[in-house]
Write a new protein. Sequence first.
Length: 328
Amino acid sequence: HSNREEIQLGGIVDKGPVAQSEESNPPRLCRIDEIVPGKWINATYSHAPYVPMRGEVQQKTCSDFDPNADIWQTWEWMPHAVTSNDCLFSSNFDKDQYCALTSNKTVAIIGDSISFDHYLSLTHLLGLPKALPKARNKFPQVISEPCNGTSKLIGQRDFLLTKVGDVIQTHSPDVIILNRGAHYTTDDALQQHFNHTLIRQLETWQAECIDKSSKQCLLIWRTTVPGHPNCDQYTHPAESITEMEYAIKNHSNAVGYNWDKFQHQNKLVLDLLARSSLDFEIMDAYDINILRPDAHAGGSDCLHSCLPGDDIYSYITQHMLQLKFEQE
């Protein structure tokens, strides 16, 4: 599917001879709950999937990124289910497939700066021109029209999800990807906002989707990943979530940013959503990117990851769109 030439890929398992039967079922896509657990494996390509312009990507272009390099080394997420359950998950982005899946649809990514990086990653993978001018704070909402204008993609900076109702009213999105968490508020404030405002807005949106019988709507909640203290010390992914959680809980900087409370609040949010009447899917970013202490922008920033390279949320988005819109 990719226009990148793959040179080598670590960790491929020999599954033995191919089944003889012509009638054997084609491999299926991994279910959402099979995307984790997994591990990060090394992969090398002839070039990166895109080249961000300096200053354009929230100043988050990876500091060691060389657009003229002959090879591009990266890490790719490999769900254990790919080998144990024989399902498919791709860490390559298929622009044509995304465009087919989102034809005449609006995808809205609403959340903090990490959600905005997810939006930027998608715009780059879709081959859009420069995502943003450098003056970033003046643009709380950016709208792109990828796929030759046949699809719409909205990036909305909205730390505490107070603008979700406005986005729904103005744009009537088919797909909403939400996150809040990196900007910490108390459990009480979080629950109040969910129970009194956010869940009602989303329930109304979903009810309207069902009324418009031709429209299928997809709600995705992305869990929040804490930063990693002393991220500059890491050169490759971690293998143990427990080890990373221990490092976060026992570092004063991390505690100062409330990073140690993110997992508890992830569970709280998922519990609040589960108690509602909402139909939603979970993008389990926490279990995936807590294992990437090496993927940060670095310097004093151990929360944001850098691009290209941390495009995993875009790959999972494409996978979820496939599961929702291809197989119904």
